[in-house]
Write a protein that binds this ligand. Structure first.
Ligand SMILES: *[C@@H]1O[C@H](CO)[C@@H](O)[C@H](O)[C@H]1NC(C)=O
Ligand SMILES: *[C@@H]1O[C@H](CO)[C@@H](O)[C@H](O)[C@H]1NC(C)=O
Ligand SMILES: *[C@@H]1O[C@H](CO)[C@@H](O)[C@H](O)[C@H]1NC(C)=O
Ligand SMILES: *[C@@H]1O[C@H](CO)[C@@H](O)[C@H](O)[C@H]1NC(C)=O
Ligand SMILES: *[C@@H]1O[C@H](CO)[C@@H](O)[C@H](O)[C@H]1NC(C)=O
Length: 432
């Protein structure tokens, strides 16, 4: 440690050596000092393995390193079910479908869907793109830092959600159910009643406060199938997740699981599963600009849909297709989804506890009717078994902890409904 500092010192060697010793003593300089050598070696081996197919490296101004990895050698193909997978480079576009869908009557509300397709005026972008591009035939992968992997419980745990364990609660939350998912709090608009083949929305991007390193706050579009314990899901949106990303920046994420996060699934490309095709969008990269109170930035648009030919679940961000989850990863959701959620989610071991976590959801503001700075979803759409994108007909708002995080669906007198959600976490009403 001291040696490194000495290289830069000319006159005040002593000061730098002492500084070096202090830094070492506090463990800042060498994070692996208290970690078993075995784990350090394992992590180093893993990182080397991840980087072996990198053809170009881009240093982003926000500190991220982006590896441009040969598309045919990406992490997905380490999945046993995807050994011989043939990459689908672009989704199947159904031109006739898009044309017939140009005007669709839903619940006596007219939506001009073809006008909607062409409204990517201002979209959020990714910070690293200012520093370079990945060549054709490669995909940008945000490099996982050694520090992050060492902090994870195990290499296998890194990038995963904690399993969904439900428990009965005494808390009377509306009349809905009295079972809550342990350590998770969600506020959502959900649609059920059809077999869904796709879901979409525009939503504002915020940077909610996240109190501790092992907590996170996300906002996403998600499709689900199956029972609560072993549900399958695909989701995409933005996240503040220091445990995965190493800081509290707002980042683009995708997530999947085939068993309620018990043993399968992960964020982004941190485990084999998601097949990326875009050489422009990096999963886990920082998004900009972010909305601030009184100064709302552009929304981001996420569209997740099942390819009618290959059954791959594609993710579209703005107008760019990022990639997909192949059907081989799943059981039932490979055919369709049973529900759609537009949701904010907080993970914390102090959800439902006193004191409650201060981790915010959405913008951190609680929706109260006229709420300009709240977490906001607009232009929510679903694909059911008709070939059109529709405004969801059977949608309801729900929140796990209504005293902490709100959910407000506004559909009366509106041509196109709006969903507000979010909240501050701990406050004088939360949890009580
Ligand atoms: C495309 O859309 C048309 C019209 O809805 C439908 O008849 C056809 O089956 C679709 N083709 C595919 C490949 O999904
Ligand atoms: C729908 O929007 C498109 C593109 O803006 C426009 O060309 C078309 O005339 C619109 N259709 C109707 C029925 O308003
Ligand atoms: C789009 O962004 C630019 C620059 O950030 C801004 O000047 C402009 O007003 C925005 N337009 C819309 C329609 O939001
Ligand atoms: C989670 O996975 C373990 C190991 O495969 C299994 O024993 C357990 O029953 C699973 N739990 C649930 C809730 O599915
Ligand atoms: C939830 O958090 C508590 C600590 O408050 C912890 O003991 C428990 O294992 C966690 N449950 C799950 C399913 O992770």
């Amino acid at each position: 440690m001291g040696k490194v500092f000495c290289l830069y010192s000319t006159g005040s060697i002593v000061v730098y050596v002492i500084l070096g010793l202090i830094v070492t003593a506090y463990g800042f300089g060498n994070p692996s000092s208290s970690i078993p050598k075995q784990k350090v070696l394992e992590v180093e081996r893993k990182l080397k393995q991840l980087r072996r197919h990198s053809l170009k490296t881009i240093q982003s101004e926000d500190g991220d390193i982006i590896d441009c990895v040969d598309i045919r050698k990406q992490p997905a193909f380490d999945h046993p079910a995807l050994k011989d997978h043939k990459i689908q480079m672009a989704p199947t576009r159904n031109v006739s479908r898009e044309r017939t869908a140009s005007v669709k009557r839903t619940k006596s509300k007219m939506v001009n869907l073809s006008a909607e397709e062409s409204t990517f005026i201002n979209v959020t972008s990714q910070v690293w793109q200012k520093s370079g591009r990945c060549p054709q035939g490669t995909i940008p992968i945000r490099r996982i830092r050694k520090k992050q992997l060492l902090k994870a419980h195990s290499i296998e745990d890194y990038g995963r959600k904690k399993p969904s364990i439900f428990h009965q609660t005494a808390q009377l939350n509306r009349d809905l159910d009295s079972f809550v998912r342990e350590n998770y709090s969600k506020a959502m608009l959900f649609a059920v009643g059809f077999r869904y083949l796709g879901a979409k929305a525009d939503f504002l991007v915020f940077n909610p406060y996240v109190e501790t390193e092992d907590e996170y706050s996300t906002t996403q579009v998600a499709l689900f199938n199956g029972g609560s314990y072993d549900h399958e899901c695909v989701e995409a949106g933005w996240a503040v997740n220091p445990g995965v990303y190493g800081d509290k920046t707002t980042r683009l994420f995708v997530y999947w699981t085939a068993d309620g996060s018990n043993t399968t699934g992960c964020f982004d490309l941190t485990c084999p599963g998601f097949v990326q095709t875009s050489n422009e969008i990096a999963l886990g990269a920082a998004i900009s600009p972010i909305s601030l109170p009184g100064d709302l930035g552009p929304s981001m648009t996420i569209y997740i849909y099942k390819d009618p030919v290959t059954s791959n679940w594609w993710v579209q961000y703005g107008e760019k297709d990022i990639g997909y989850w192949p059907p081989e990863l799943f059981q039932d959701i490979r055919y369709n989804a049973e529900s759609v959620e537009w949701a904010g989610e907080v993970y914390s071991t102090r959800v439902g506890q006193i004191p409650h976590t201060k981790t915010q959801m959405g913008s951190g503001m609680y929706p109260d009717g006229t709420c300009f700075d709240c977490g906001t979803f607009t232009r929510m759409r679903v694909h059911d078994n008709s070939p059109f994108l529709k405004i969801p007909e059977f949608a309801d708002a729900y929140t796990d902890e209504y005293r902490c995080y709100g959910a407000e669906f506004m559909s009366d007198y509106l041509d196109d409904p709006i969903f507000h959600y979010g909240g501050p976490g701990m406050s004088w009403t939360c949890p009580l």
